[in-house]
Write a protein that binds this ligand. Structure first.
Ligand code: NDP
Length: 476
């Protein structure tokens, strides 16, 4: 046996990950259910490094040095279980199986427990960056045991994206921690994209500007605090003319956003943990809403004139208002995402380092941004930060942005331009800082109709008012 690491599943992701490993000097065992993919990888890229191809899983396993490290890169869900079912009987205690597919962290927890009973390490690993990332350097989020990371760490840190000499890979925590963090990463990506889309829509409505003009605004923003991969490609997409018609590309694409489901997983889990990730939830629901074409068509006909005309008096002031509102809303979305990671880490006892997580998203992945350095600094300086909004750099941006944020959300509401993520982020901010919330009334209503009891501001204990009786208060 000569291979240091193996990859089974050689569709776009596995193929590129195997090439990345080989290009970095590792000897890579490669295997795929249908052998054509294995053959074509070696035929087309065999000169990039040392590949050890096998057409049977048994030969593949036999070609690996012990303890074996095997990356599984197949379609997530049942195919992963099918591959594990075939693989496990061929392995020996101490071997490491790395699932780099987009698994739900609960499945990863289940698989980790099952493989642990065989003395195997199962390492659910989030990989972000798409096929280009897999080839040139992704952001890698491995879960699993600390022991497995001693072997995997040096390999994955070599092939990951590097920013300022720091690899975008670190051990996230045990069992499902890596896939959990990848899930929240995708949720944040949903929020980030929705906010960018709303900013574009507001600029378009407020300025009566075309996509090419708005592309220039985004290009400008990408030289400042908002600098990020998503802002960069927004400028690119907005400036792109459709080849067939010459019209702006965004005007010929159907306005129905699709999803593969990781945003939904994030929101579902946040509901279970009771963490208000309103930005991610709005973004996920905004995609669903966009897909309800028939309802939208009917409502469009019925309420065509429900908005008011929008005149922006000063173009530059308005653009700056939208920029500040975007930055403040984005800070809220990230604050919520990091709250979610902290809650998951507590719930499942993962010990996730929040600052470290921000570090590995600085390169390779879709949400890579300058801003992530500030998040790392914030949590490194104060790991118990109650919310990212309170870290000095973020608190300044949010406070400075509040007047702009209010103007933009109010103008959008008046004009009838939907800005759900901008508006809900502002509402979240106002709710967090409110002296009193109307939650007190909700408690009163719950006690009235269901005797659900309440707590008082002035005394310890649990109380109930005899609403149907003499309305006296009793201790519950
Ligand atoms: P696909 O998700 O399209 O999966 C195709 C691969 O799975 C093929 O190698 C296929 O083998 C194999 N496969 C499917 N069913 C089985 C089975 N029952 N037994 C054995 N092998 C099976 O490939 P991608 O490369 O797009 O993605 C791989 C994984 O990476 C997925 O989990 C995906 O969610 C995840 N991912 C993808 C990203 C992307 O940008 N595409 C980004 C990050 C993660 P065969 O050739 O024999 O059909």
């Amino acid at each position: 046996p000569t291979a240091q690491i193996g990859v089974t599943g050689l569709a776009v992701m596995g193929r590129n990950l195997a090439r990345n490993l080989a290009r970095n000097g590792f000897t890579v065992a490669v295997h795929n259910r249908s052998p054509e993919r294995t053959r074509s990888l070696v035929a087309e890229h065999g000169d990039e490094g040392a590949f050890v191809p096998s057409e049977s899983l048994a030969d593949f396993v036999a070609s690996l040095e012990r303890p074996r490290a095997i990356v599984v890169m197949v379609k997530a869900g049942d195919p992963t279980d099918a591959v594990l079912g075939e693989l496990v009987p061929l392995l020996e205690p101490g071997d490491i199986v790395v699932d780099c597919g987009n698994a739900h962290f609960a499945d990863t927890r289940r698989r980790e427990e099952a493989l642990r009973e065989h003395g195997l390490h199962f390492v659910g690993t989030g990989v972000s960056g798409g096929e280009e990332g897999a080839l040139h350097g992704p952001s890698i989020m491995p879960g699993g045991s600390a022991e497995s990371y001693r072997k995997l760490g040096p390999i994955f840190e070599r092939i990951a994206a590097q920013v300022d000499g720091v690899p975008c890979c670190r051990h996230i925590g045990p069992d499902g921690a890596g896939h959990f963090v990848k899930m929240v990463h995708n949720g944040i990506e949903y929020a980030d994209m929705q906010l960018i889309a709303e900013a574009y829509d507001l600029l378009r409505a407020g300025l009566s500007a075309g996509p090419a003009e708005i592309a220039e605004i985004f290009r400008g923003w990408n030289t400042g605090e908002l600098e990020s991969f998503l802002i960069e490609i927004t400028a690119d997409v907005l400036a792109h003319p459709d080849a067939a018609t010459g019209r702006p590309f965004v005007d010929v694409v159907r306005d129905e956003a699709e999803q593969k489901g990781t945003g939904r997983w994030t929101v579902q889990n946040a509901l279970d943990l009771g963490i208000p990730i309103t930005g991610i939830a709005e973004a996920t629901f905004a995609r669903s809403l966009s897909g309800h074409a028939e309802q939208r068509a009917a409502a469009r006909r019925a309420f065509a004139d429900a908005g008011q005309p929008w005149w922006v008096e000063n173009r530059d002031t308005f653009v700056e208002d939208v920029r500040r509102a975007l930055l403040a809303s984005k800070i809220v979305a990230y604050a919520q995402g990091f709250d979610h990671i902290r809650a998951g880490s507590r719930e499942y006892d993962w010990g996730i380092d929040l600052g470290g997580t921000a570090t590995i998203w600085r390169g390779g992945c879709i949400i890579r941004a300058r801003f992530l350095d500030r998040i790392r600094e914030a949590y490194d300086a104060r790991p118990d930060l109650p919310t990212l909004l309170l870290a000095p750099w973020f608190a300044d941006r949010v406070s400075d942005g509040v007047p702009s944020w209010r103007r933009v959300v109010a103008d959008a509401a008046r004009a009838g331009v939907p800005a759900p993520a901008f508006a809900s982020s502002l509402a979240y901010f106002d709710a967090l800082r409110a002296e009193r919330l109307p939650a007190a009334l909700i408690q009163g209503l719950r006690d009235n109709f269901g005797a659900h009891t309440y707590h008082r501001v002035d005394r310890e204990g649990t109380f109930h008012t005899l609403w149907a009786g003499d309305r006296s208060e009793v201790s519950a």
